[in-house]
Design a protein around this ligand. Structure first.
Ligand code: BES
Ligand code: MN
Ligand code: ZN
Length: 488
């Protein structure tokens, strides 16, 4: 769906549907000339996320969809995103091809002001309308083709442009996640990254092949990929700002295009979902998709180690020892703890070759974080308070929630036992599986401030949840990363 903005100067052009936001207890303001039957407003009180569809009795709109925002003083970006998503879904459901989202001046002042409101409306409508049908031979066309916001003020328009860029970055990530394992291999992921660079003059892309990994000594990434016939790829994207750079930031994303567990094979029930084990990389590519249309004054690197984790005759066996790019040797006790292995080489590559001021990695790293934090909150680990607070603030602003988790030295101590320098899991199991994963990664970061987001619970919806989509990828992380850069 295409989303644009029109400046409101008191008039509405003929349209099939106007979506109007209404706060609790207040009479919603309609665009010039549009009138509703008195009864329509009697049974609609503006409660948050409530809908009321009615025929207009006068004016240039055929129908009006009222969407409740709840109490005025509680309206924030998240409420607006959800409301806009409900509006877009409803418009599609009633087979409207064009919809206008009307926001009058007093309403646009809510949720952080005009720019923020415009951004939230565009994000909510575009993300809410998404459906993945890439697996169908003849997908049904969507009914709603175009939507636009209608509001006075130039700040609102700026917000809409930003919201569309963020939402499309998020949807780009979702498309990558939702593709089946055979449709989204490391090779195809690398091709998607190259496509981003081809389409933007400010983005470049380099892909390191297995021969290059051997030269760099990436024994951990190669060790995970050893059991698969699909060659591993190390993708390295760079975004250069228009003007002078104010610093270098690196995003590192786990790109396991299918995780069967390796020789430590996963149970077959639900294994098909392990195609979303590349969600960290989807977030990174999604962020670059958005960066192609937005200006940030930073040099941004996106590093994605990508591989499958399968189990053929050359696969890494439990107990095998591999040497990392850093030189540290690692005993692979459980081949299913592979994300931390490929990330370890990617993090060391980033520290030693890119030398950024800040690294943020995203990974569907552990089932444990799903047990601990569920599906709406990602686990956030950070080596500095500043980075933790910045990411928490960005998360609150964009609605992709995070919660701070601790680094605990005892997990590192446990990982250091055994025949190699490190082992890839704590044994006997100490619990705290997400913390153990972060502890392993911490051994490969030297220099920059570093944050790790465990997104195993938030990257995939088991069932539809407001604007994050239906069952499948949520695109989590793409908007968060860009929000973080824009707030920096
Ligand atoms: N990709 C999984 C983590 C995961 C689990 C993501 C469930 C999404 C949903 C990861 O590679 C993995 O298998 N982790 C193991 C680690 C264990 C062997 C220490 C896990 O969490 O069970
Ligand atoms: Mn695994
Ligand atoms: Zn995995």
């Amino acid at each position: 769906m295409k989303f644009t903005h029109k400046n409101y100067s008191g008039k509405l052009s003929r349209t099939a549907l106007v979506v109007v936001f209404a706060c609790e207890g207040a009479r919603p303001k309609l665009p010039g000339g549009v009138k509703l039957p008195a009864a329509a407003l009697e049974d609609f009180k503006g409660a948050a996320q409530k809908l009321r569809l009615c025929d207009a009795t006068a004016g240039n709109a055929r129908r009006v969809l009222l969407v409740g925002l709840g109490p005025r003083e509680q309206v924030d970006g998240e409420i607006v995103r959800r409301a806009a998503a409900r509006g877009a879904k409803k418009a599609d459901a009633i087979s409207v091809a064009n919809a206008v989202f009307f926001v009058d001046t007093s309403c646009a002042k809510l949720a952080g002001g005009e720019e923020a409101f415009g951004c939230a409306v565009a994000e909510g409508a575009v993300m809410g309308h998404y459906r993945y049908d890439g697996g169908k031979s003849a997908p049904k066309a969507r009914k709603l083709k175009q939507a636009c916001s209608l509001s006075p003020g130039t700040a609102f328009k700026r917000g809409v442009a930003r919201g569309v860029a963020l939402a499309e970055g998020n949807l780009f990530a979702r498309d990558l996640q939702n593709k089946a394992g055979n449709q989204m291999t490391p090779t195809k992921l690398a091709a998607e990254a190259r496509g981003l660079a081809r389409r933007s003059p400010r983005i470049s892309c380099k892909v390191i092949e297995e021969a290059g990994m051997k030269k760099l000594g990436m024994g951990l990434l190669l060790g995970v990929s050893a059991g698969s016939s699909e060659p591993a790829k190390l993708i390295h994207l760079v975004y250069k700002p228009k003007g002078k750079s104010r610093g270098r930031v690196a995003f590192v994303g786990k790109g396991l295009t299918f995780d069967a567990g390796g020789i430590s094979l996963k149970p077959s029930r639900g294994m098909e979902e392990m195609r979303y084990d590349m969600s960290g990389s989807a977030a990174v590519l999604g962020a670059f998709h958005a960066l192609a249309r937005l200006d940030v004054p930073f040099e941004v690197h996106g590093i994605v180690p990508s591989s499958e984790n399968l189990a053929d005759g050359l696969a890494t066996k439990p107990g095998d020892v591999h040497t990392s790019m850093k030189g540290t040797t690692v005993e692979v006790i459980n081949t299913d703890a592979e994300g931390r292995l490929i990330l370890a080489d990617a993090l060391h590559y980033t520290c030693s070759k890119v030398k950024p001021d800040t690294i943020i990695d995203l990974a569907t790293l552990t089932g444990a974080v799903v047990m601990g934090l569920g599906h709406e909150i990602s686990g956030l680990y950070s080596t500095t308070d500043e980075l933790r607070d910045a990411l928490s603030a960005a998360a609150d602003a964009c609605g992709e929630r995070v919660w701070p988790m601790p680094h605990i030295e005892a997990f590192v101590d446990n990982l250091k036992e055994g025949p190699a320098d490190l082992r890839n899991i704590c044994t006997p199991n100490m619990g705290g599986g997400s913390i153990a994963g972060a502890a392993f990664l911490s051994q490969f970061v030297e220099g920059p401030a570093w944050a790790h987001l465990d997104i195993a619970g938030t990257a995939w919806n088991q069932k539809a949840r407001d604007y994050t989509g239906g069952k499948g990828g949520t695109g989590v992380g793409a908007r968060l990363l860009v929000q973080y850069l824009q707030d920096l």
